[in-house]
Design a binder for this molecule. Sequence first.
Ligand code: FAD
Length: 470
Amino acid sequence: MKEISCKLLVIGAGPGGYVCAIRAGQLGVDTVIVEAGKPGGTCLNVGCIPSKALIHAAEEFEKVSHMAGGKSPLGISVSAPALDLGKTVAWKDSIVSRLNSGVAGLLKKAGVKTVHGWATFRDGKTVEVETETGSQVIRAETIVIATGSAPVELPFLPFGGPVISSTEALALSEVPGKLAVVGGGYIGLELGMAFAKMGAEVTVVEALPRVLAQYDAELTRPVVKRLAALGIDVMTGAKAKGLSTQGQAGKGDALLVETADGKNAKLSADRILVTVGRKPVSEGWGLDQIDLDMSGKFIRIDDQCRTSMRGIFAIGDVTGEPMLAHRAMAQGEMVAEIVAGHKRNWDKRAIPAVCFTDPELVTVGLSPEEAKAAQGEIKVGLFPFAANGRAMTKLGEDGFVRVVARADNHLVLGIQAVGQGVSELSAAFGLALEMGARLEDIAGTIHAHPTQGEGFEEAALKALGHALHI
Ligand code: FAD
């Protein structure tokens, strides 16, 4: 059995793990990373990047279909478009594969050794990796667990056949005629809307009274409106119960649903996409060999991502919410610097979250309700895109920017936006919070015209009581 030693061993090359390894390598730390699959983890292979590729293709297809239907107010008409999902998926795969090579190259450039295979702890300093050519033992002074997360499977709707997770949904070669989406969170709605734009008849089954329930109703209203406009049937307060292979009118499979009023319904569906959350990958790698404290199903960490065991850190989805790629990356970068001897700790005040539905949602910091509960008196400024010239020229008037600040000193506590393309505003929102901006700082920043960013300035002005364009 081969044996190697290193200062830092990272398990998992998702955005958390690979960023940690690259930064450690840059800082001269002798680093090894182990990955069972392809570099980039969930995010690059079956998450952020492929889903955004599919969403973009769906948006383009819908735009052209709209024009072909003679409904475009832009005066453009085209003949009916066709979609070859197989080609779309091949294009998406080519982006993923370019980025896979990019991550592998960056690891190499930083002097990181990559070992391909599944890692299992033997003890707190030793890991065994099952590689294609046999077992390899790696001893390390410090180990970072970055094993990520996987889709939650419902016991009464196990994955297989027509029941798919987001992973399979991103690799379909044909648009399903009828798609049932179980779970109206961000992954379900992003994919559900994309397939509806590509021509699927989509039904969303959500157990809670609202979709995107983690956001306030004011923020999600434009998305709910758009779901209806796309013809997506949203069943809230409804519980998926199982699969019937009899189907309606002999059309194959059907999803059994208990509706909000307690009745049983059968939804015929070619595919049933289950997006009811993600669970940490905390099994199969020897968690029982090392005595780590857990926080529920996640690994408990402190504000430096240290676990309860000396010399072992954990980062990313395996440590809990928010399960976001950029949080994992920021944790990875911080841990690498700590291992290299820098003084760092974690301030999670400013982690933007983007939901790539249509329209998009961005949040950073506290919502008005959270801010009120935490700070008492607050000021809220909301600027609608209906009063923003750039949004009008993009047919994106539905939505707004909302700024939440302390009433006494105007310190910005949270920023939210919903609207076409607002994901790109997340950088400005995050910066404002990170820098401890006050309403006057945002209102006094000259924003280029005509851009949707002007809505940010105007929302701050509105909170100060003197918006200019509303
Ligand atoms: P992961 O990316 O899950 O990577 C963990 C890696 O560890 C995997 O490659 C796995 O193979 C490897 N591994 C696990 N155990 C072992 C072992 N024992 N030995 C060797 N290797 C191992 N987040 C966003 O911020 N923005 C988005 O737009 C977004 N969209 C998403 C869309 C979808 C459809 C999905 C599913 C997720 C999306 N996410 C998004 C979430 C994002 O993908 C995760 O938050 C992110 O990938 C977590 O990174 P991580 O490094 O913690 O783990």
